[in-house]
Design a protein around this ligand. Structure first.
Ligand code: MN
Ligand code: MN
Ligand code: ZN
Length: 285
């Protein structure tokens, strides 16, 4: 039976290669990490010894899919020129780090337009990508993450993701579908009917084959709240029914699913959430 690649966002405390044993110990077969402090602009280059250790750990690991999430400071939609330059440089650095590590997917938040308007923001993001991609390694796929649409954050409407993809034909973008964000943004897939409708809309506007990764978070806030507050899978407004639809959708069996909720003492919550997802998928644990 096919096992879903399932995992968590793991800490790299003590060395980037340490994420593997941490995730393996709780049965992960997929992994997401930061390669640097995600809330600082400064980052030291990766130590070649650590890079070699990371690659060796990855090679030996039962974890088959590894993703990096970019720094939270990066905003490719910002109208502030200084911040835009810094964001482009930092994102280019993120792509190079992924390439060094042999990680194929980099998850990013499209950006916040800060009241300059949706279309201006989308154009700004596209212009940034064009500059970045001109110098970037070609073996890393950028995954645009769906957002909850808090403040002026773009990427909460499926049309906005499609627009970025259209404006930057030189790259084969993937999508990271964050369940909490999509639900909070106003797409209700908590029931079987809702799930079918939302995925049909995504298929029509973006294309389900673009989804390379799911972030499995339930939502504390109601559908349409546009507030990003994660809850453990099945315990929030999406509920077990919504996640059951996703876990049983054969289009996504091979697509990695990563938890972004608190791990709990001794990974208590992670273990519970991973077991729930396997159970919903009909896998015996
Ligand atoms: Mn994210
Ligand atoms: Mn996420
Ligand atoms: Zn979130």
């Amino acid at each position: 039976m096919t096992r879903h690649p399932l995992g968590v966002h793991a800490s790299i405390a003590g060395g980037i290669e340490k994420a593997f044993p941490r995730a393996e110990q709780i049965g992960c077969t997929a992994l997401q990490i930061f390669t640097r402090n995600a809330s600082r602009w400064q980052s030291k280059p990766l130590d070649p010894v650590k890079v070699a250790a990371f690659r060796e750990a990855m090679l030996k690991s039962p974890i088959t899919q590894v993703f990096v999430h970019d720094s939270y400071l990066i905003n490719l939609a910002t109208p502030d020129d200084d911040k835009w330059q810094k964001s482009k440089a930092a994102f280019g650095d993120e792509l190079r780090r992924c390439s060094q590590l042999g990680v194929q997917g980099l998850v990013m938040h499209p950006g916040a337009h800060l009241d300059t308007g949706e279309e201006t923001g989308l154009q700004r993001i596209a212009a940034a990508f064009k500059e970045i991609l001109a110098e970037a390694p070609e073996n890393v796929q950028i995954l645009l993450e769906t957002t909850a649409g808090m403040g002026s954050h773009l990427g909460w409407r499926f049309e906005q993701l499609a627009r970025i993809i259209d404006l930057v034909p030189q790259h084969d973008f993937g999508i990271c579908f964050d369940t909490c964000h999509v639900f909070a943004a106003g797409y209700d897939f908590s029931t079987a009917e809702g799930y079918s409708a939302v995925m049909a809309e995504f298929e029509h506007i973006v294309g389900c084959e673009k989804i390379r990764l799911f972030h499995i978070n339930d939502s504390k806030k109601p559908c349409g709240s546009r507030v990003d507050l994660h809850e453990h899978a099945g315990l929030g407004q999406i509920g077990a029914s919504g996640f059951a639809c996703l876990m049983r959708d054969h289009r996504f069996t091979a697509v990695a699913k990563i938890l972004e909720t608190p791990q709990g003492d001794e990974h208590e919550y992670d273990l519970r959430n991973l077991a729930l997802l396997r159970q919903l998928a009909g896998e015996t644990t």
